[in-house]
Ligand binder design. Structure first.
Ligand SMILES: Cc1cc2nc3c(=O)[nH]c(=O)nc-3n(C[C@H](O)[C@H](O)[C@H](O)COP(=O)(O)O)c2cc1C
Length: 397
């Protein structure tokens, strides 16, 4: 049987599945549901000292969108978007901390872990919240430098407003890491040019892990009304974002393999995505949007799916797959040269490959489709569009 345990920042997690900080972890009731569903960890909805960020949550609005970015009614497709506006935890810290304590107790009885999350608007505020959160008994703390909404709230300097200001983010990280004795994870915004140097600076400032990444900001109009959905620009994410996130997971693994733990989030839909995140270098994976579509049970189903896949593949533990795809990545200069080949027995001469070839390599003549080898650079477009199984293959030149 595969062992799904993973050690993350010195904390043992029974599996890599964590409920991300969001509405599914809004209070003790919700966190309990995530834990009972089988998640190894839950990250509390970000506790904040900003009245604006708390008040925003009282007017939360979101829609699940289909591939055309229209509002779904009923069936939510695999490639959905979650487009929405919401804030941080509803309660003041004094009101919220007892909720966290309840969840911590529940988790301890079930071999699960509650991870703190905080978001302030001042350095002193970050420190105060961090210490308060540590006082609940959480073994790890996430600082939310990625919340997209403050960007749309003039004067509210938290979330991605911190994550985009690298100097200030490092100042806050250092202050928080000095103030608490538990490991600190920094959840970053993807809306920056590069996270590579920043991650190194966060590490120097004391962070044990980076959480890659919070959500993007988008803007989606309704063509019937001519108005934006949910009244304006909003946070956006969904399973389609995954490759963008995995690129950062890969980059941070490449640069800081043994120096930083990685929590992946933003785009993990099911157990296959868990495998992808882990293969890119994520030690744990935080899930939110899919849970918001299918409910808490989704978390446990993905743990089971991951375990089944590991057993089928004969992987004894997550270390068998951790970072393997990342470590196998090649620079452009090392890519092998390849060519397309057509199997005349499988080819139906449909001509689809000719439409997708821009190097004049795919050709037809005498009732057959063939490759003009000297023109072929092995891009693979023909292979992808060919509807006849086995008719086109790409192999080393
Ligand atoms: C409605 C909603 C509320 C969220 N609230 C928070 C939050 O309070 N703190 C935080 O760090 N991230 C928050 N997030 C971001 C999620 O934790 C998560 O990182 C993000 O949704 C990407 O993961 P996913 O692709 O599984 O949804 C929120 C996301 C959504 C959709």
């Amino acid at each position: 049987m595969a062992n799904l345990e993973i050690e993350f920042c010195g904390v043992k997690m029974k599996n890599p599945v964590v409920a991300a900080s969001a509405e599914p972890t809004l209070n003790a009731h919700n966190m309990t549901k995530c834990i009972d569903a089988g998640a190894a960890g839950v990250i509390v909805k970000t506790m904040s000292d900003s009245p604006d960020m708390r008040e925003l949550t009282t007017r939360s609005k979101w829609r699940f969108l289909n591939e055309r970015h229209e509002v779904c009614r009923g069936k939510v497709p695999r490639a959905f978007s979650l487009y929405g506006r919401s804030g941080l935890a509803l309660e003041t810290p004094d009101e919220y901390l007892p909720e966290v304590e309840k969840a911590v107790k529940h988790a301890a009885e079930r071999d699960a872990v509650v991870i703190g999350s905080v978001g302030s608007t001042t350095t002193e505020g970050w420190v105060t919240l961090a210490k308060q959160m540590e006082g609940t008994g959480v073994p790890l703390l996430e600082c939310n430098f990625g919340c997209p909404h403050p960007h749309m709230m003039p004067g509210v300097r938290t979330g991605m407003e911190v994550g985009q200001d690298f100097d200030y983010a490092c100042e806050v990280t250092e202050a928080v890491c000095k103030a608490v004795s538990i490991p600190v994870m920094i959840k970053v915004t993807p809306q920056v040019t590069s996270l590579i140097d920043f991650a190194g600076r966060l590490k120097k400032a004391g962070a044990s892990a980076v959480t890659l990444t919070n959500r993007f900001i988008g803007f989606v109009p309704d063509i019937e009304t001519g108005k934006p959905l949910v009244y304006g620009q909003a946070g956006i994410g969904g399973p389609w974002v995954k490759p963008l996130t995995l690129r950062w997971v890969h980059n941070i693994r490449q640069h800081y393999k043994d120096e930083l733990f990685i929590a992946g989030t933003n785009g993990a839909y099911d157990w296959r995505d868990l495998v992808m995140f882990i293969m890119c270098g994520a030690h744990i994976v935080e899930m939110c949007s899919a849970v918001m579509v299918y409910g808490y049970e989704w978390l446990g189903k993905q743990v089971a799916g991951l375990e089944k896949w590991m057993n089928e593949k004969g992987h004894a533990s997550l270390s068998d797959i951790l970072g393997v795809a990342s470590d196998a990545a090649m620079p452009y200069s090392e890519m092998p040269r390849e060519k397309a080949k057509v199997d005349p027995d499988a080819c139906t001469n449909c001509g689809r490959c000719l439409k997708a070839c821009f190097y004049q390599a795919m050709q037809q003549g005498d009732g057959a489709t063939y490759v003009k080898t000297e023109n072929c650079i092995g891009c693979g477009g023909c292979y992808s569009v060919c509807p006849a199984e086995g008719a086109i293959n790409i192999s080393l030149a």
